[in-house]
Design a protein around this ligand. Structure first.
Ligand code: DGY
Length: 323
């Protein structure tokens, strides 16, 4: 039987690349260089399925390329703001993603950044490496206590709920959240969480604000200068969602002028470029989009893409169908 032709845009963990090779006539990206728009268009013409990820801009030009062969985009990742979903839907191209399997690891990264920002973890590491440490003293590098402080979540999907669970049960943090589509009442009760009508209500009350909303037009610069100024001067902002949810220029200003105490960022506007103003600041902790970056999770994400493909090629509905 002829195997479906599948193009993978970036390098995947070996174990899942091996599974792909068993099942499909697969083209892997051994050099792991991002594909250009023209290369993505070519892949759409040559393959039955394209398996992109967050670094690939799958816009209407890529989807509507003449003589397109691909019928499915099996995204490696849960976020899909790099894919023009409306163009895909209009063109009859199915899109799937990989929810659930990365929930805990991404929530762990949000907690990691929260702790780093509160307790000056990255700054302390630099201090030791730069041989600036002269010894223990009662007033050296004082941070902010985490246990018992209020965590505010903007967006209350799976990852936010997982973070809330860790924060509430592990650190005794009261939870506030805003989400136009709140979770079920028993989930809210289990976390003893308080629902806020607006994001502003969260920003005004929280000691730590963590962003968990999708990227895209509806959340572009949601955290702008005006909203940042509503946060407490002692508060920290954590972003593991998407870079453009925050107006970075306004964030740099807020961090310099100490309108907020600190920030922990795993995602950036226009990444991998990073606003140069952030490099000079000690009160921001920076990670290179590591949210789901564990061996176990990246293998599980690859398997989830393959499960979606298998269903599609068997004429069944993929479990994570978006369009
Ligand atoms: C996700 O899964 O959305 C990660 O941010 C990588 O795309």
């Amino acid at each position: 039987m002829v195997k479906p032709v599948v193009v993978v845009t970036r390098k995947w963990p070996e174990q899942v690349e091996a599974r792909l090779q068993q099942l499909y006539d697969v083209s892997l990206n051994h050099h792991d260089q991002p594909m250009t728009g023209a290369e993505l268009q070519q892949a759409m013409c040559e393959a039955d399925a394209l398996l992109p990820t967050v670094t690939d801009l799958i816009n209407a030009d890529v989807i509507n390329v003449a003589n397109r062969r691909a019928k499915i985009l099996g995204n490696f990742g849960v976020g899909f703001n790099h894919i023009d979903i409306h163009a895909a839907q209009a063109a009859g191209v199915m899109v799937t993603n990989t929810p659930e399997v990365l929930t805990d690891c991404t929530a762990d990264t949000a907690m990691l950044l929260l702790l780093m920002s509160a307790r000056r973890g990255a700054e302390g590491d630099r201090h030791v490496r730069n041989k600036q440490w002269t010894g223990w003293r009662p007033t050296h590098m004082l941070g902010s206590k985490v246990t018992g402080k209020t965590l505010g979540l903007i967006g209350m999907g799976r990852i936010a709920q997982a973070m809330a669970r860790k924060a509430y049960h592990g650190f005794g943090m009261p939870i506030l959240f805003h989400d136009p589509f709140p979770p079920a009442a028993d989930t809210i009760a289990d976390l003893n969480a308080t629902q806020c009508t607006t994001p502003e209500d969260v920003l005004r009350q929280a000691d730590f604000v963590s962003l968990h909303c999708p990227g895209g037009k509806s959340t572009y610069h949601l955290l702008n200068a005006e909203r940042l100024s509503m946060m407490k001067p002692t508060a920290h902002l954590i972003n593991t969602a998407r870079g453009d949810v925050v107006d970075t220029e306004a964030l740099v200003d807020a961090l310099i002028s100490r309108k907020i105490a600190g920030a922990g960022l795993d995602v950036f506007e226009g990444e991998p470029d990073v606003h140069p103003g952030l490099f000079d600041l000690d009160n921001v902790s920076l990670l290179p989009h590591l949210g789901s970056a564990t061996e176990e999770t990246r293998v599980a994400m690859g398997n989830r893409v393959i499960d979606n493909l298998q269903a599609f090629f068997n004429g069944e509905q993929p479990p994570d169908q978006l369009t």
